[in-house]
Design a protein around this ligand. Structure first.
Ligand code: PMP
Length: 288
């Protein structure tokens, strides 16, 4: 496997960064997870834009232009003969002294990995996930904006550990007000009386690219959609629930906190969204 590292394609075994990189020492860096379908990179421009927004928030200067980055992502896919897979794009703060100061790190590093990913076992896409709400709250935007896709995922990892302790593969995280923010690596949608709802990004979720595409899909299939505050009660009493994420794609949820959602089977609107999603990913995107 070839990894893109600071302008060069190197063997995976040679793709190494310094122990003094602040990405490792402090989680100081940003990333994107991107999907490749049949040689098309899904919403690459949107991913690169979000990367730039994360970089701006951290005052991290990405050492390449948008076009160069786009070219490097495509090149890495081609070098690995990848047609379907998952791309991990990472920009670290780079090497610096011990001590937090980002301005002592002169050169950010760019890493691109093009590989495969399977987030959940296949069976759950048919029968649906049974998930739980965890006690770990999603970080307040007043502390660290959840819109920043940073290398510091401890908030989500703590929630993931809690989910596993409870025997679940994924968890709903609430914000500090008690409203649904998102899952540890996915956005949350419910269906109630024929309408789709998802929390506004201001409620503490990442502005998901897959989430965005569900807004376009809803328009396409003629299902009304709205950003709305959601509580656990709303999810328990929804007709359907599903999660979206680049890794997870679109996956149904049939139980939350032991409460069956709707018929406890993946619902008809989920099925329509999934079908439209599958169709779009094959045709939309940047050709590698
Ligand atoms: N929330 C979190 C915390 C995430 O890490 C992700 C990405 N895996 C998502 C939501 C979904 O975002 P996207 O659709 O852009 O992958």
């Amino acid at each position: 496997m070839k990894i893109y590292l600071d302008g060069k394609l190197v063997d995976a075994a040679e793709a190494k960064i310094s122990v003094f990189d602040h990405g490792l020492l402090y989680g100081d860096g940003i990333f994107e997870g991107i999907r490749l379908y049949e040689g098309n990179i899904f919403r690459l421009e949107e991913h690169l834009e979000r990367l730039e927004y994360s970089a701006k928030a951290l005052m991290l200067k990405i050492p390449m232009t948008r076009a160069e980055m786009s070219g490097a992502v495509c090149e890495t896919c081609r070098a690995n003969g990848l047609k379907d897979g998952y791309i991990r794009l990472v920009v670290t703060r780079g090497v610096g002294d011990l001590g937090l100061s980002p301005w002592l790190c002169p050169k950010p590093s760019v890493i691109i990995i093009a590989d495969k990913i399977a987030l959940y076992p296949k069976e759950y896409y048919e029968k649906g996930l049974e998930i739980v709400t965890v006690a770990t709250r999603r970080m307040s935007p007043a502390a660290v904006s959840p819109s920043i896709k940073s290398l510091n995922y401890l908030n989500n990892i703590l929630a993931k550990i809690e989910a596993r302790q409870a025997g679940a593969l994924e968890a709903i995280m609430l914000n500090d007000q008690g409203f649904v923010a998102e899952c540890t690596g996915d956005n949350v949608f419910i269906v109630h009386k024929g309408k789709l709802y998802t929390p506004a990004a201001q409620q503490g979720g990442l502005k998901g690219i897959t989430r965005d595409s569900v807004f376009d899909i809803a328009r396409e299939i003629g299902v009304p959609i709205e950003e709305h505050d959601l509580t656990r009660y709303d999810v328990w009493n929804a007709d359907e629930c599903f999660l979206t994420g680049t890794g997870a794609e679109v996956i149904p949820v049939v139980k939350l906190d032991g409460r069956e959602i709707g018929t406890a089977r993946p619902g008809p609107i989920f099925a329509k969204v999934l079908e439209a999603f599958r169709r779009r990913v094959r045709v939309e995107g940047t050709r590698i």
